[in-house]
Design a protein around this ligand. Sequence first.
Ligand SMILES: NC(=O)c1ccc[n+]([C@@H]2O[C@H](COP(=O)([O-])OP(=O)(O)OC[C@H]3O[C@@H](n4cnc5c(N)ncnc54)[C@H](O)[C@@H]3O)[C@@H](O)[C@H]2O)c1
Length: 356
Amino acid sequence: MILVTGGAGFIGANFVLDWLAATNEPVVNVDKLTYAGNLENLASLQGDTRHVFVQADIGDSTVLSALLQQHQPRAVLNFAAESHVDRSIHGPEDFIQTNVVGTFRLLEAVRAYWSGLPADAKLAFRFLHVSTDEVYGTLGATDPAFTESHNYEPNSPYSASKAASDHLVRAWHHTYGLPVLTTNCSNNYGPLHFPEKLIPLMIVNALAGKPLPIYGDGQQIRDWLYVRDHCSAIRRVLEAGRLGDTYNVGGWNEQANIDIVKTVCALLDELRPRDDGRSYAEQIRFVQDRPGHDRRYAIDARKLERELGWKPAETFETGIRKTVQWYLDHPEWVAHVQSGSYRDWVHQQYSAQEPA
Ligand SMILES: NC(=O)c1ccc[n+]([C@@H]2O[C@H](COP(=O)([O-])OP(=O)(O)OC[C@H]3O[C@@H](n4cnc5c(N)ncnc54)[C@H](O)[C@@H]3O)[C@@H](O)[C@H]2O)c1
């Protein structure tokens, strides 16, 4: 089996669902269930014995060590993180605790477990760390996209904490020989995305008749990847990645934030037109820019394509249409997140499943 951390969040939950759809290999899912952790994301796995959920902090060495001994995973995949840049600006402490200290504690628990494995299991074991393109800093308009050899130049408390975690993972490989892999991915979008991030926020605000707030001039450029393509890249790196290496994951889809929002509005105009027949784009409002806002990220994912044969399955056009449709089809999920009642759901649905 594999052990996943942060599997109740956006990418982790998509990963767990895709994994169990594709294989019968069980998953132990360790998640602290911060505001971003939503067990409703995993509702379809209720009663599925291949999924073992444990509410725990990756910084809790005792629980982590016990879980590793109990379940003997062949791999640990670390999705758990504080992930929202704006939150990191207002309160960086949690980002240091989870992304830096938590990753350190997890690495130490995994190292102790891995050191005690029999030779063949030790050889086969993998620790995969899920990271971001934001560690590379910002690009000028005509700069080449980030490759794996680009310098780390993080600019926000979030990206600095992720950069620190990447360095720890690298050091645990070089110093202790821990068999690690790291992925640095661009912006994800898709189902189950918490509506504090750009695309889901625009969808839910548009439908609620609220303003669509765009930072600054809206010309910040990001590369966007459909979340299930990120999940397939992680599976591929886990399967065949070279130990100690990092792999950039991207969608070959650079777009300015304002264009992303206009695309979302156009899709909503088509799929759920406003009662007054006007465009959702009329709800766009420019607001004061985020401090230190990176101007452009672009990912060069050719290494992953060349060495491991991975390519995204979705184009932005197909992925964003699926995403908007998913939010239209899941108003209860959105309502529960907005009201906060998704947090009660944990207790209602999982009270019988106490942490191991
Ligand atoms: N969302 C993106 O666009 C993106 C892009 C590239 C990389 N990443 C990385 O992918 C990973 C997942 O991102 P996401 O968007 O799914 O984030 P998310 O915020 O939606 O989910 C994070 C999950 O981690 C859990 N968590 C937080 N602190 C924890 C702790 N101390 N112990 C255990 N669990 C904890 C939360 O409860 C939540 O379920 C992160 O490491 C992030 O840096 C995200």
